[in-house]
Design a protein around this ligand. Structure first.
Ligand code: GRF
Length: 221
């Protein structure tokens, strides 16, 4: 950890940054003992960058479109991230597939949030797919990032009901409210030294977590 004894966190985004905002709010109300040392976006002019600037966090753009291939982009991204000496890298709506070299470099110190109850619905359009599959519950998972896309060990999962009246947008909103609860929670565990990835498993306070992670059930409508 840094000299201030707080975990140094770099957040990667591609868009609106509402999960970033949940972390910013946690720092502001002192519930989250971290230093947000940088926000990096692969897309210019997204709202998440404005959120970072407003919170006085260094905000950087590394536009993947200006790189010849995925390998060179990931190399440049690693160099940019490492210049901030993070303890933890948080992917918050970062819409890029990462090279194995990148995931290996941050193994055990990089989180992602995925809007489904993993291992269900890896990939895109998760809310519509959950509705189409007739799921009664749906949700969101925070997990350690490994080389397998949306496949690393789960840390925490929050589930919400799916109503027959739902469309993808109403369901996404219900899930997102839980995202903003569980992402700060997972980051807090890590920052306090309570959470580790050991032998490919998430371990919280010395106890291995179940394969789907710590479970939170919300019955919010
Ligand atoms: C979230 O729904 C997250 O689950 C997914 O991308 C979205 C990012 O939203 N990985 P935001 O940019 O944090 O608002």
């Amino acid at each position: 950890m840094s000299s201030t004894n707080k975990a140094r966190v770099v957040v990667l985004i591609s868009g609106s940054g509402s999960n970033l905002q949940a972390l910013i709010d946690g720092v502001a109300d002192k519930s989250l003992p971290i230093d947000l040392v940088a926000v990096i976006s692969n897309r210019p002019e997204v709202m998440g960058l404005e959120r970072a600037v407003k919170a006085n966090i260094p905000a950087e753009v590394l536009d993947h479109k200006t790189f010849a291939d995925r390998e060179r982009f990931d190399q440049a991204l690693m160099a940019m991230i490492d210049s901030y000496h993070p303890d933890l890298v948080v992917l918050a709506g970062f819409m890029r597939i990462l090279t194995p070299e990148f995931t290996q470099h941050y193994l055990g110190k990089m989180f992602n949030i995925h809007p489904s109850l993993l291992p269900k619905f890896q990939g895109l359009h998760t809310h519509q797919r959950a509705i189409d599959a007739g799921e009664k519950r749906h949700g969101v998972t925070v997990h350690f990032v490994t080389a397998e896309l949306d496949g690393g060990p789960a840390i925490v999962q929050a589930s919400v009901p799916v109503f027959t009246s739902d469309d993808a947008s109403s369901l996404a909103k219900r899930v997102q409210r839980q995202e903003h609860v569980i992402y700060p929670l997972a980051v807090k565990w890590f920052a306090q030294g309570d959470l580790h990835m050991i032998d490919g498993k998430s371990v919280l306070k010395g106890e291995p977590l179940p394969p789907s992670g710590f479970q939170i059930e919300s019955d919010e409508t």
